[in-house]
Ligand binder design. Structure first.
Ligand code: NOJ
Length: 529
């Protein structure tokens, strides 16, 4: 059991983050959309899973053009999800179970219905005009520069009334905020204080590397590697629209503010930054020991890498090697933006992937439903909701498939709601649901719980050091060690048996039955003591 010096590590190093997509976790009022009271009702499930913190995707008032990532009021709760009282109840209920709660802070853009933007667009001399990024047209009347929205199309929207364009890195309904304006910045820092005062344990920060743009908004250079199979955004390298020094400075300010709360209240608050950048630039988001930035710049490489042992070994080695000495690693395997892992690699490998996620050195983020190995969910055309799909339908990159409701049991609508859910359920929900998997010791849920329990019991798996070791082709092997306790993971990333010498006592396998010395079965991952 724990009891070594692992307790000297803060919870966000030892622990596991569970992402809840509130629209799809549990509905409590019969409108087919999940809500805060629903999440509260299911907290015992989350606690029993064995995770340490919940990150809630946005629950703030929103027209839902981007399902909550278009915020119309940063300091309230959308009635769809409940109200501030419901939030306070959820927070207290989470804390009562030893679970931390992180909110989603969306600083790059607001909704176009936010009162700030309504004021800003009302006239050129409105005091809040400069809270957003407005520019005159180019000489030909077109957009001020060549920037492309991450969802496709120009990143500029023409505003007839005031005769200027405004910038939006995502949807036109998500105008970018101008963090160079001191009043906007002060207002947004107050947003952080508002939630910290309410007792939240930190934030996941949406598209953190986007939040400041190069001063004169120069054209972005073309990407020589672009092909039409890639998103339109990738036609350009986002050299001037993202990853600016001023954004790092803000990240350090967010950290100083949260650290100050931690010091004052004796309860450390944590920042997770959404960052998509190559390793060397990614590492800079940790800041320096003297001026730290976010605790955990999200690492999406398990999502982005090809699923084979050689590639993953290299990716893991490169990532761990680039970490600054004070930087703690982290790993993400799924999210509301990425295809489901079980859809990508199949259920048998999804079990191996779960073992990988929960045994690598670094804080894992587990996405709701991956503990059930929810796989491909076909979304009939008339039920597609994701705005990203509608901007670039030919790419088939709609995110609805990973946002489908949690299947809880075999009752109507899988126990998620008393009404038809806002997105379809996974087609196999009558058998692939929480209740069914709770009864089945061989289920993905059982495996996930066992992995989380082992991780909690074995400090080597949470805070221990890590060393990649050689294994046969197709096998990813590594060791974790803490205070002399050494565990070895051997993961067969192929669907064929592999001859593999191993010694020691198997503590856990991704497959039923006892692992047999001398080889790994197809799709088998084992943890050896
Ligand atoms: C990243 C979020 O995870 C995604 O869902 C959203 O569409 C964009 N940021 C824009 O806020």
């Amino acid at each position: 059991m724990a009891g070594n010096d692992d307790q000297a590590h803060p919870w966000w190093r030892r622990g596991v983050v569970y992402q809840i997509y509130p629209r799809s976790f549990q509905d409590s009022d019969g409108d087919g959309v999940g809500d805060l009271a629903g999440i509260e009702r299911r907290l015992d499930y989350v606690a029993a899973l064995g995770v340490d913190a919940i990150w809630l995707s946005p629950v703030f008032p929103s027209p839902m053009a981007d399902f909550g990532y278009d915020v119309a009021d940063y300091c309230a709760i959308d009635p769809l999800f409940g109200d501030l009282a419901a939030f306070d109840r959820l927070l207290a209920a989470a804390h009562a179970r030893g679970l931390r709660l992180l909110l989603d802070f969306v600083p790059n853009h607001s909704s176009d219905r936010h009162p700030w933007f309504l004021e800003s667009r009302s006239s050129r001399d409105n005091p809040k005009r400069d809270w957003y990024i407005w520019r005159d047209p180019a000489p030909d009347g077109g957009p001020p520069n060549n920037w492309i929205s991450d969802f496709g199309g120009s990143a500029w929207e023409w505003d007839e009334r005031t005769g200027q364009y405004y910038l939006h890195a995502f949807l036109p309904q998500q105008p970018d905020l101008n963090w160079r304006n001191p009043a906007l910045k002060a207002a947004m820092l107050d947003v952080l204080r508002f939630w910290l005062d309410r007792g939240v344990d930190g934030f996941r920060i949406d598209v953190l590397w986007h939040i400041v743009k190069a001063q004169d908004l120069p054209d972005n250079p073309p990407n020589p590697h672009w092909t039409p199979a890639r998103t339109e955004r990738d036609r350009l390298i986002q050299a001037h629209s993202t990853d600016q020094p001023e954004a790092h400075a803000l990240s350090a300010e967010f950290r100083a503010l949260t650290d100050e709360y931690g010091a004052r209240t004796g309860r450390e608050r944590v920042l997770i930054g959404e960052i998509f950048l190559p390793n060397d630039r990614h590492a800079r988001w940790y800041g320096t020991p003297e001026r730290p930035q976010v605790h955990l710049p999200f690492n999406f490489q398990l999502i982005e890498s090809e699923w084979n042992a050689a590639t993953l070994r290299q990716v893991i080695a490169d990532y761990l090697a680039m970490l600054p000495a004070h930087g703690w690693p982290n790993w993400v395997l799924g999210s509301h933006d990425a295809p489901r892992i079980a859809a990508r690699v199949g259920e048998a490998q999804a079990r191996v992937a779960m073992m990988l996620l929960l045994t690598l050195r670094g804080t894992p983020t587990l996405y709701q439903g991956d503990e059930l190995a929810i796989g491909a969910v076909p979304i009939p055309p008339h039920r597609i909701r994701d705005p990203q799909h509608f901007r670039q339908p030919h790419l088939n990159i709609g995110r609805d498939r990973s946002r489908t409701p949690m299947p809880w049991d075999a009752s109507p609508h899988a126990g998620f709601s008393s009404a038809e859910p806002w997105l379809p359920l996974n087609p196999d929900w009558p058998t692939r649901n929480v209740a069914a998997q709770e009864r089945d010791p061989g289920s993905m849920l059982a495996l996930t719980r066992a992995l989380l329990a082992l991780r909690r019991a074995e400090p080597a798996l949470s805070v221990g050091g890590m060393e990649l070791v050689d294994g046969p082709a197709g096998v990813l092997a590594y060791e974790r060690e803490h205070n002399g306790r050494r565990l070895r993971m051997m993961l067969n990333l192929t669907s064929a048996p592999v001859v593999a010498e191993w010694r020691g006592t198997p503590l856990l396998s991704t497959r039923a039955g006892t692992p047999e010395a001398g080889w790994l079965r197809a799709d088998e991952g084992v943890i050896l003591a």
